[in-house]
Design a protein around this ligand. Structure first.
Ligand code: F6R
Length: 245
């Protein structure tokens, strides 16, 4: 695991965008695994800027997102599909037919999860998976538990996650209670993983996830076992790692 310290959110975003841009330049038809949330917004903004300057070309790129709320449509402003369109896809030359997210409107969870796993296989697997880190150590919507969940599955969101995500909704009551997410195995099969973390509120979990024991109570800790993980974290997020980093 490689840990790169950034000064702040802006610096983290540029460094992460550099890693993604390098991936796209090295393999123009690569498969990018993407995330939503606050962490990647700056990274996507930077990529859009470089696309506008002609430095990155998304024409042959395929994307698969980590997760989507269950029960809300892609047109809903709170959906992750909407987020991706408004934070990246609509501003670069990516082919919309090659952008994929779980379909939150498929009521058949078993069928949707199997479809998404199969799709990831069909596109050739993920070359570079971008991840944010939840305060409880979740990656995607893989919440702390007794086991590492394997493939794409439907999850009941934990109260802490609903609480953290309610900022995007009118109230906590409106936050969906379930989501479809890539599983830990799906994530671990990515050839490269890039984790971005910013802010002092993540300092405890950064220390536990990347320097603590590998346990399903801290889902992100499994990343320590992956052969090619880069963490780009700002100084505040790394502030509890001391000399470990
Ligand atoms: C988003 C996702 C989540 C977030 C995590 C961190 O697609 O799967 O695991 O990456 O909750 O969220 P932020 O970046 O908002 O702190």
């Amino acid at each position: 695991m490689k840990i790169i310290q950034a000064r702040d959110y802006g610096d983290m975003s540029r460094k992460a965008a550099n890693v993604i841009a390098a991936q796209v330049i090295m393999k123009p038809d690569c498969v990018l695994g993407l995330a939503t949330g606050s962490s990647p917004v700056g990274t996507y903004r930077q990529l859009i800027e470089w696309y506008e300057k002609g430095d990155v070309d998304f024409g042959d790129v395929t994307t698969v997102n980590l997760d989507e709320y269950r029960g809300i449509s892609a047109e809903n402003e709170q959906s992750y599909a909407w987020f991706m369109h408004h934070n990246l896809f609509d501003y670069v030359n990516i082919n919309p037919e090659r952008t994929h997210l779980p379909n939150g409107m498929n009521p058949d969870a078993g069928q949707e999860c199997a479809r998404y796993e199969e799709l990831i296989c069909q596109v050739g697997g993920v070359d570079l998976q971008l991840l944010g880190l939840g305060h409880n150590g979740h990656i995607g919507f893989n919440e702390p538990g007794d086991v590492f969940e394997k493939g794409t599955h439907c999850v009941d969101l934990q109260e802490s996650t609903i609480e953290a995500n309610k900022r995007f909704f009118a109230s906590a009551d409106e936050v969906p209670r379930q989501a479809y997410t890539m599983g830990i195995r799906t994530i671990m099969m990515a050839r490269k993983i890039l984790v971005i973390v910013s802010g002092e509120d993540k300092a405890d979990i950064v220390q536990k996830a990347f320097f603590g024991p590998v346990v399903p109570r801290v889902p992100a800790s499994i990343l320590q076992m992956h052969p090619d993980v880069t963490v780009v974290a700002d100084a505040a997020a790394l502030s509890k790692c001391g000399s470990q980093k």
